[in-house]
Write a protein that binds this ligand. Structure first.
Ligand SMILES: Cc1cc2nc3c(=O)[nH]c(=O)nc-3n(C[C@H](O)[C@H](O)[C@H](O)COP(=O)(O)OP(=O)(O)OC[C@H]3O[C@@H](n4cnc5c(N)ncnc54)[C@H](O)[C@@H]3O)c2cc1C
Length: 486
């Protein structure tokens, strides 16, 4: 038997050519509320931008973001985005607060009492908030960003690695799990001109990280938190009720105190209302006790909590005729404050740059203001046709750094101002029967229901609830605004 002929050596397999990364000026990581708005704002300023978004399919329908305060709405309006959002939102003109420790009853705060900004005629000044679902709001913003000339939108790519290379950032995204699953269901594209996306890496001069509370970009770039805690939980449902349309027509979000926490009624479009309940983490066992052991009953027990805190709102909405759509959703509230939000050529924005407890209600407005401020900062540092300063065109390489540092100072100041404005109120609503919280609540309620005693209080309060800064606002003024001084 002849021995088998030796196997011919296999022809050397050609290693895939090392693919150079895509080079671009500005990359936005995360195409949520803030990333999508920022991409549109940059493109409108003439700065081309690439967006990496982890989601490949529909936006997850999370319980977060029911009310965009007027300061955020102003950003959307300036970008001409309100018509696209209008079908998904209900306008609100203020907030009504109810606390059992307030002897003179509810306090109504009208956004319109906010002083008009310099240069805006009083007659043209009509600040309003918007209430609505997160999913259609995000989808409308993403659609607007994808359609915006100058925006390159890459769905299904999650940032996975980030490193500084010379004067640029190298970003390595990977296909997100959802995108890979969707791709494996599709047959490979064999068109001769088809290029699979085999060069996912990007080299960017500027990275703007808008990838939310759990920001991967923030972790990869090594930003440190000076404060990070989860102190509350928020649970809620969307409900239909015969009185929901009339409630929406009143144009107010209503907040009520309960021994276990705070209840919120947000008017929603199409005869619906979002009813949520926020409570301190350490009261979860009591709240779960109130919800009962049976998950099927949890929604009904949740509506009971809302009824106890806001009995007349519950009755106006339809009382026992209220019908919840879907199960009870629960989300943690988080407070995250960072030591800084900018590195060389990189800035954090929106929740990635820090967030406040949901009671504050300022998250979306803060993030939208970030988008407007960052777009102005980055575009102001652009020299020539869409090239960031320092690109070898003779422009001052320090101008981008200065602009980002100015953004950082302003962002940190805004976050702390919003926190200072809302933390004592949150405590007085969330601390239940705590005697100090009750005393604080009584003092605040007393001051707020007598604006005649302090004529500047009404405008200052309205500005605070709308998310605007009043010129010259100081901690002293803020405390006076809470009725705690004088
Ligand atoms: C319970 C609750 C209620 C709230 N209610 C309100 C309210 O009524 N009003 C208000 O103003 N604010 C509210 N907030 C806060 C508000 O939801 C946030 O401030 C806001 O949604 C932040 O938007 P964002 O775009 O910064 O982040 P997100 O909305 O989290 O968007 C981040 C985006 O980044 C993408 N992403 C994440 N990781 C990666 C990655 N590695 N690579 C690429 N993309 C990535 C995500 O898919 C997402 O699209 C609430 C928050 C909570 C928790």
């Amino acid at each position: 038997m002849t021995p088998p002929a030796p196997l011919a050596p296999a022809p050397p397999r050609r290693a895939p050519a090392a693919c150079p990364p895509h080079s671009c000026d500005v990359v936005v990581v995360g195409g949520g509320l803030v990333g999508a708005t920022l991409a549109i704002a940059l493109a409108r300023h003439g700065v081309p931008v690439t967006v990496l978004e982890r989601d490949a399919g529909p936006v997850p329908d999370l319980l977060r973001g029911e009310l965009v305060m007027p300061a955020g709405v102003a950003v959307l309006e300036a970008l001409g985005l309100l018509p696209a959002l209008a079908p998904h939102v209900t306008p609100v003109r203020g907030v009504e607060l109810r606390h059992p420790a307030w002897p003179r009853g509810p306090v109504a705060i009208d956004y319109a009492a906010t002083p008009a900004p310099p240069g805006v005629p009083a007659a043209a000044w009509a600040p309003r908030g918007l209430c609505g679902w997160r999913r259609p709001l995000y989808e409308a913003l993403r659609a607007a960003a994808r359609a915006c000339p100058g925006v390159t939108w890459r769905d299904g790519w999650a940032l996975d690695a980030l490193a500084r290379e010379g004067d640029r950032w190298r970003l390595a995204p990977r296909r997100s799990a959802a995108a890979s699953a969707a791709a494996s269901d599709r047959r490979p594209d064999r068109r001769p001109d088809h290029r699979p996306d085999d060069r996912p890496d990007l080299l960017a001069r500027v990275v703007l990280a808008c990838d939310g509370q759990q920001s991967r970009a923030r972790a990869l770039a090594g930003f440190a938190a000076v404060e990070d805690h989860r102190a509350t939980l928020v649970q809620g449902v969307v409900a239909r009720g015969p009185g929901a349309a009339a409630f929406a027509a009143r144009g107010r979000v209503v907040v009520g105190a309960h021994a276990l926490g705070a209840a919120f009624a947000f008017p929603f479009p199409d005869g619906r209302v979002r009813l949520t309940f926020e409570h301190a983490l350490e009261r979860r066992a009591e709240v779960e006790g109130a919800l009962g052991p049976d998950a099927d009953d949890a929604v009904a027990r949740h509506l009971d909590l809302v009824r106890a805190a806001l009995p007349d709102v519950w009755a106006d909405l339809g009382g026992a005729a209220l019908e919840a759509e879907g199960p009870l959703a629960v989300q943690p509230g988080r407070t995250l404050v960072l030591g800084g939000v900018v590195r060389e050529g990189l800035a954090l924005a929106g929740d990635a740059a820090g967030c406040l407890d949901p009671f504050s209600g300022h998250g979306m407005a803060l993030g939208l203001q970030d988008a407007a401020a960052l777009a102005a900062a980055v575009s102001g540092a652009v020299a020539g046709a869409g090239t960031v300063a320092g690109a070898g065109d003779g422009a001052d390489p320090r101008s981008l750094d200065r602009a980002l540092r100015a953004y950082e100072a302003d962002r940190q100041r805004r976050l702390l101002a919003r926190r200072e404005a809302t933390a004592p109120l949150a405590w007085s609503f969330l601390a239940g029967a705590d005697p100090l919280a009750q005393a604080l609540a009584a003092r605040v309620g007393d001051a707020w229901s007598c604006p005649a005693r302090a004529p500047l209080l009404g405008p200052a309060l309205a500005a605070r609830f709308a998310g605007f800064d009043l010129p010259g606002t100081s901690p002293g003024l803020a405390l006076a605004g809470l009725g705690l001084l004088g």
